[in-house]
Design a protein around this ligand. Sequence first.
Ligand code: ADP
Ligand code: MG
Length: 283
Amino acid sequence: MDKDKNTPLYVFKYGGNAMVNDELKDRILKAICALYDQGNHVLIVHGGGPFIQRALDRAEITSEFIDGQRKTSAAAMKEVETALKGEVNSDLVGRINAMGYKAVGLSGKDGQTVVGQKRLHIQRLENGEQREIDLGRVGNVLRVEPALLNDLLEKGYIPVMTCIAQDEFGNSLNINGDIFAGHIAGHLNARAFVVLTDIDGLFRDVENPRSLINTITLGKIEDLVKSGVIQGGMIPKMEACETAVRLGARAAYIINGTKPDQLTALTTGGQIGTKIIYGTQDK
Ligand code: ADP
Ligand code: MG
């Protein structure tokens, strides 16, 4: 099937916690490749928290976590890069190739597709004061240059990208995978930004399986963070979905990456996971 600039693009964020075992990984990748076969462009951005943890353990590097974020020294960054690019990225590329497709493994460094900026974290203390904390090699997305990815997509490749970039001075930075993926999906005007995680979507109450939120508009997200409904790992996911939609993705979805059938429902229009869209009230 011919593909060009107007071919719909699906950008997936594949979380390390959803990479439970090889069999499941292959079923997810097959479902993604099925979308490719149906005439879409597909692009995968991945993280790999558990793989990073194992690499740091092997290197006997202990990490300090500040508000859920890993303080990353230059030595730790080397291990992060080895785990994400050398291990997880290479594994995903190999699996897609083995299924008969042409995957290309990248990080944000390649073609300077993503340029990062060191992030200064503002910590809010209990007494109400704030202080700046240096998290080391932890970054934000400064800018995205989508040309290389668009070239690869138009030539029929499946880009597989990990969430590492350099800053303007050439230092390697680790960027949150959700946030990184949201910027990519937005800048490439994805038809859908799909976050694959280990839960069925955004819940009003994580303990109550019947409280899944089917659709949410951008303006409603902030209140759910303030009221504590959105917590922990779900915070950067919702931020990433908002970024993607604001920058140009048509919609974002949070779905369960441990249930490959949920992916099939993406194109058949079935109700799956949580859909994040612009509301009429959103600016
Ligand atoms: P990933 O590896 O995919 O990034 P995370 O563990 O970082 O996964 O984020 C997903 C987790 O977010 C869920 O497993 C859940 O424990 C947590 N979470 C917090 N608030 C919510 C919520 N309101 N609805 C669903 N999950 C939530
Ligand atoms: Mg996470």
